[in-house]
Design a protein around this ligand. Structure first.
Ligand code: ADP
Ligand code: MG
Ligand code: ZN
Length: 477
């Protein structure tokens, strides 16, 4: 009998506020170490925290977007532990009463089915600083620029049942926080990172003991870490041993997880309400104001794309997977056939971006140029095939579509006389094939199309070519 994996994720999202959560220091990434610090985030004696209202609004926005209850009263607590990059000796976090309660996220799985994953809670907290081990030999540097950056920790129910479901959930969450513009979602810089809780059980039995894999900062690492963990736990269970509850680290180079600390050595955080901060009390009007400012959310936008543009669910899902891509699509589709636009963006454009490791946000082809290109197919200036060549130039050099078409002489030949001339030349050159065709070898039609197209350097209008060629072949002069 096989094993079933049970997965719950804890995701840390860095909120993209201008300043830190309890002081005025900027949150900008990449400054010289310890430049963005002040008495509050350096934990100098007597300095007092003041809550950043923008961080609160971003947490509310998230809660509303996942249909969660927003707690009108929540409490900041001190989570006590010692670490060099935590100058206060405690982290301010929400514990018993978080700002966001139970909500849910709907995923579309690879086979098209929908799955609902429960969200247990989401709470506000401050990030710690960073220990720099690589910059010095035998010494550790401390950079407190990140200390006090606002985080939203989003905790899921143990609802996922495969690595693929966990990845789908994390991707959906990632897209959502970027739609809401509450985080830049930059995974390399650590703005969006996740801890995976993984256990195995026999289907139908109670949950098994879990291991928690810390700080995964890519979708692929999440998948690999869970896969490794499933094998490790299966080996343990099948050899009669037990899984111990512990925290593990994923080593991306080796593709394996290793123990960091067990439950016995786990910290006792001695949580208690922070006496420096009043409970956070929200007025209904504040919540409603955030609700009114929410953008169209991914699921709603997908549904609208299916209706307004008559797109299949798959296309609508891909095109709304990020807000920037959906915006791009809507600019293109404004002027051309909606399905043509979808095909080109999902195929040629995303393919080219993928190959060049690019992002839609910095795409060398603007949406306006993409629309112009498709308009030139529709108005028959160029064929769909030539358009692929124009697209390549566009993607490489970012020129203007019409300039490329003129400069390279790609304008489609729609002139009946010119096409007829090309046809006659091809027929004159291949009398044998013409005779064969006329005596019933109809398959040869494709051969003639190819020859004429070649003679036109790919520029003959395909429909006209077909029509005129058929006329010529069927009516010997
Ligand atoms: P902690 O506070 O110790 O991290 P929680 O009970 O808050 O523990 O759970 C943290 C995460 O672990 C949640 O995402 C939850 O869904 C997940 N989880 C809990 N039990 C299991 C289990 N048996 N297997 C897998 N994940 C689990
Ligand atoms: Mg945990
Ligand atoms: Zn500060």
């Amino acid at each position: 009998m096989s094993w079933e994996v049970v997965i719950g994720l804890e995701v840390h999202v860095q909120l993209n506020t201008q300043s830190k959560i309890f002081c005025n220091c900027p949150t900008r990434y990449g400054a010289e170490p310890n430049r963005h610090t002040c008495p509050v985030c350096l934990a100098l004696p007597g300095a007092l925290p003041v809550l950043n209202a923008a961080a609160v609004d971003k947490a509310i926005a998230f809660g509303l977007a996942v249909g969660a209850e927003i707690h009108q009263r929540s409490v900041f607590a001190r989570k006590n532990y010692f670490y060099p990059d935590l100058p206060k000796g405690y982290q301010i976090s929400q514990y018993e009463i978080p700002i966001v309660g139970r909500g849910q996220l709907a995923l579309t799985l690879a086979d098209g089915t929908e799955k609902i994953v429960g969200i247990t809670r989401a709470h506000l907290e401050e990030d710690a600083g960073k220990s720099l081990h690589e910059a010095f030999s035998a010494e550790t540097g401390i950079d407190l620029n990140r200390a006090g950056t606002p985080l939203l920790e989003i905790v899921s129910e143990p609802d996922m049942r495969s690595p693929a479901e966990a990845v789908a959930y994390l991707k959906k969450l990632h897209a959502l926080v970027r739609y809401l513009d509450i985080s830049d979602g930059n995974m390399q810089e650590g703005s969006f990172r996740c801890d995976a809780n993984v256990s195995l059980r026999r289907p139908g039995e109670p949950f098994g003991t879990r291991a928690e894999i810390k700080n995964l900062n890519s979708f692929r690492f999440l998948e690999k870490a869970i896969e490794y963990e499933m094998e490790r736990q299966q080996d343990l269970l099948e050899s009669g041993a037990e899984v111990v509850q512990e925290t593990r680290l994923f080593d991306a180079n080796k593709g394996e997880t290793r123990s960091m600390r067990s439950k016995e050595e786990a910290n006792d955080y001695r949580y208690f309400p922070d006496p420096d901060l009043l409970p956070l009390v929200l007025e209904p009007a504040q919540i409603e104001a955030v609700r009114a400012s929410l953008p169209e959310l991914p699921d709603a936008r997908k549904r609208r794309f299916m209706e307004q543009y008559a797109l299949p669910a798959y296309d609508a899902g891909v095109l709304t997977s990020s807000r920037a891509l959906a915006d791009y699509y809507e600019v293109v589709a404004e002027g051309v056939d909606a399905k043509l636009a979808a095909n080109w963006i999902m195929g040629d454009l995303l393919g080219a971006l993928n190959r060049s490791n690019g992002e839609i946000e910095s795409c060398p082809v603007t949406a306006e140029q993409m629309r112009r290109l498709l308009q030139r197919i529709e108005d028959q200036t160029i064929s769909g095939k030539i358009a692929k060549d124009v697209f390549e130039v566009l993607f490489e050099k970012g020129e203007d579509v019409d300039t490329i078409i003129e400069r390279k002489g790609l304008r489609q030949i729609t002139d009946v006389e010119a096409i007829t001339k090309l046809i006659d030349a091809v027929l004159a050159k291949n009398p044998g094939q013409v005779a064969d065709y006329r005596s019933g070898k109809e398959k040869l039609f494709g051969f003639f199309v190819g020859q004429v197209m070649k003679a036109s350097q790919g520029k003959a209008n395909p429909e006209q070519l077909n029509r005129l060629l058929r006329e010529r072949l069927d009516n010997p002069s």
